[in-house]
Design a protein around this ligand. Sequence first.
Ligand SMILES: [Zn+2]
Length: 193
Amino acid sequence: MLDEILANNARFLQQQTLSPIGHAPRKHTALITCMDCRLVTMFEEALGLQRGEVLELRTAGATISEPDRPQAANDLIRSLAGGIYLLGVRKVLVIGHTECGLGHVNSTALTASMQALGVDPQKLIQQEGLGDINGLMRWLGAFQDVHVNVKEVVNTIRTSPFLPRIPVHGLVIDINTGKLTVVDRDAREASIA
Ligand SMILES: [Zn+2]
């Protein structure tokens, strides 16, 4: 895969010259979405996004996992703080997606996969004080309903002491069609711009 990427890169450099642009997003917007491979390219096309317009932050599940929510100081919040205070971001969109892997985590499959790769889930749970398999699932960011989860992440961002009170909207994108559904429109901004 690495050699394939390097070959693609050599071709890219021959064919294209990128125009220099600034690192502050022109739309003053940060988008949080999932790492799902089906979102690659499709996500930007479905939202009509161009290079230089927005910040894109991706986490597994477009989520802040439950143990990190009370302090709201995890790496995603840190990235948003950088975007807001240093790069002029003034609105945030949290965009989960249908058929998300973290919405369908099977604890048996998870522990079997860990064991096959030489990690003892029980030892890890004990060592890290996670309580039980559900604690491990919460650490991983597993959730039941993507719509509910997006709302919870939106609220975590809205109430984080590290961030100012700017509009934070919640949406879900259909992974098969690219259709967006608004699940939480922030009243502080009349329309999503
Ligand atoms: Zn996902």
